[in-house]
Design a protein. Structure first.
Lengths: 378, 158
């Protein structure tokens, strides 16, 4: 990472060779947050991209060390705010694994349904924002129409639209809203009817296709070596779905396909996400009528204490593998905590993917990486 | 050969464009299917979810009585130090000392609406209210005292 004087020095040096350094961000609309990219150009061709991080660093990992095991879960909603429910789930799973808490079946099924709804909502937002990055403003509203139904379901059941904090160690904070099943079924019906509109508006659009096909290619070997996970790696043909490899909750009891593509370009990443939404709908359809009766939270002690040792769990968020690592000294707070966020590893591949392409293609490449900046900076 | 591909590209481009325009045109002539809500104008019929986490309130009944015993469970559960419970000792007519709350200070500007205090409360004295329009001109107005002046604890709550 450069400090400020080194950036200026580099600029003058490169300027003599006919190269140009431009700063994209930290307030650029297409970076979806405070990401600062220092792009070195030769004409319009990208020579080098250097992401500068730290604009939204809140030291969440250090903050969690002062919070108890019940309290620190809510902080993780503020990392990847588009899949906050799945982040909370990852933390709760670790505590349940560490203390050996029995989770009721009802809570497990509800957790999976809400996780999949979160994944669809995240992909919907990404689809709208990605099309907007490439100059198509209309798909944004169509994507948000379906997303609004999910946020209303979340609002009814969890009490919040984005940072739910619905999961507690041992189960759920409170029971489902009585209208939950009815509303989810209405959403599934609406989604299936309207998903063809995205194909008309975005997928089959010739401008969209020519701007994404063959742009930002990432090979399978590079995806593995950069540590990419989630749809970014799956579009390159790397099988890395945590739901399949290390099933948690009830993912081993439902049938769904891991979407893989081999092209590795921006269009493949787009198609993987669109198909993943359909798979999530498939999972929800299997579970929504089979929510078992019973308690929604297992029996836990008032004060949770993790035994001495090291613990790691991982879950599949909308962006890839989210891991939680805790070193416990046996007290009521974690001794050391580390989050493995998918966005950071995916961003590290950006330089490799974009070098040699034109500056206009950078938007397509970066848009399909689906970056959430608070997830990268933490 | 080149000309043939060029014409094919133009044809594909125009047809995909028209396909998209047909979709947007459909919604142009079907305004009833549009779901946009005009927020500040729809306040009268805006119905929020009953569980919506907007702010912490303490419900009082018609006798100005609440159910808070001053056990500080909410204060301990809060990750941000949002709630501060100030307790006092009330002396009953029989001469017995009883713990009760003097004030329950709630700092809205620190609250993240995580709901942990509501879950922790053993006597359901506090709950979340679906108010979301919190903007004020002075920051000090965000620090609130939840128990009403002159209120006391309901009979039979320990």
């Amino acid at each position: 990472m450069y400090n400020q004087t080194e950036i200026l020095k580099d600029t003058s040096e490169l300027g003599t060779e006919g190269e140009l350094v431009i700063n994209m961000g930290p307030q650029h609309p297409a970076t979806h947050g405070v990401l600062h990219l220092v792009v070195t150009l030769n004409g319009e061709t990208i020579k080098k991209i250097e992401p500068h991080l730290g604009y939204i660093h809140r030291s969440i990992e250090k903050m969690c060390e002062s919070l108890t095991y019940r309290q620190f879960i809510y902080v993780t909603s503020r990392m990847d705010y588009l899949s906050s429910h799945i982040n909370n789930l990852g933390c709760a799973l670790l505590i349940e694994k560490g203390i050996q808490i029995e989770v009721p079946d009802r809570a497990k099924v509800i957790r999976v349904i809400l996780s999949e709804l979160t994944r669809i909502a995240s992909h919907e937002l990404w689809l709208g924002a990605m099309a907007m990055d490439l100059g198509a403003f209309t798909p944004f509203f169509y994507a948000f129409r379906e997303r609004e139904m999910i946020t209303e379901i979340m609002e009814d059941t969890c009490g919040a639209r984005l940072t739910m904090n619905y999961i507690v160690p041992g189960g759920l904070m409170y029971d489902l809203h009585p209208d939950f099943q009815k509303k989810v079924k209405a959403f599934v019906k609406q989604f299936k009817a309207k998903v063809t509109e995205y194909e008309d508006l975005v997928t089959n659009n010739i401008i969209f296709q020519s701007r994404t096909k063959g742009v930002g290619i990432l090979s399978a070997e590079d995806a593995i070596s950069f540590g990419c996970t989630g749809p970014v790696a799956r579009a390159s043909g790397v099988s890395c779905d945590i739901r399949k490899i290390y099933p948690y909750e009830v993912y081993d009891k439902v049938s769904f396909n891991e979407i893989l593509d081999t092209a590795g370009d921006s269009f493949a990443r787009y198609m993987v996400r669109v198909k993943e939404m359909n798979e999530s709908i498939h999972i929800i359809e299997q579970l929504i009528d089979n929510i078992p009766d019973g308690d929604f939270v297992g029996k836990t002690k008032n004060v949770l204490k993790l035994p001495k040792g090291e613990f790691y769990t991982r879950v599949e968020t909308a962006r890839g593998e989210f891991g939680v690592f805790i070193v416990s000294e046996g007290g009521t707070t974690p001794h050391r905590i580390k989050f493995r966020s998918p966005g950071f590893s995916n961003l590290s591949a950006l330089n490799h993917m974009a070098v040699g392409s034109k500056i206009g293609d950078l938007m397509a490449t970066m848009g399909t990486l689906d970056l959430v900046i608070p997830d990268i900076d933490r | 050969m080149f000309l043939k591909e060029y014409i094919k590209d133009v044809y594909n481009g125009v047809s995909s464009l028209l396909k998209g325009m047909r979709k947007t045109g459909y919604y142009f002539v079907h305004p009833k299917e549009i779901i946009t809500e005009q927020y500040p104008d729809n306040r009268a019929y805006l119905n929020l979810a009953e569980r919506f986490k907007g702010e912490v309130i303490m419900p009082h009944d018609e006798n100005n009585e609440h159910t808070c015993t001053g056990c500080t469970a909410c204060e301990l559960a809060c990750p941000n130090g949002t709630i501060k419970v100030v307790t006092k000792f009330e002396v009953s007519p029989e001469g017995k000392k009883k713990k009760a709350i003097d004030t329950l200070v709630y700092r809205l500007e620190l609250c993240t609406m995580c709901n942990l205090c509501i879950v922790a409360c053993p006597s359901d004295a506090i709950k979340m209210a679906p108010n979301f329009e919190h903007s004020v001109f002075d920051r000090t107005k965000l620090t609130k005292v939840l128990n009403h002046p002159g209120s006391k604890i309901k009979e039979g709550i320990e």
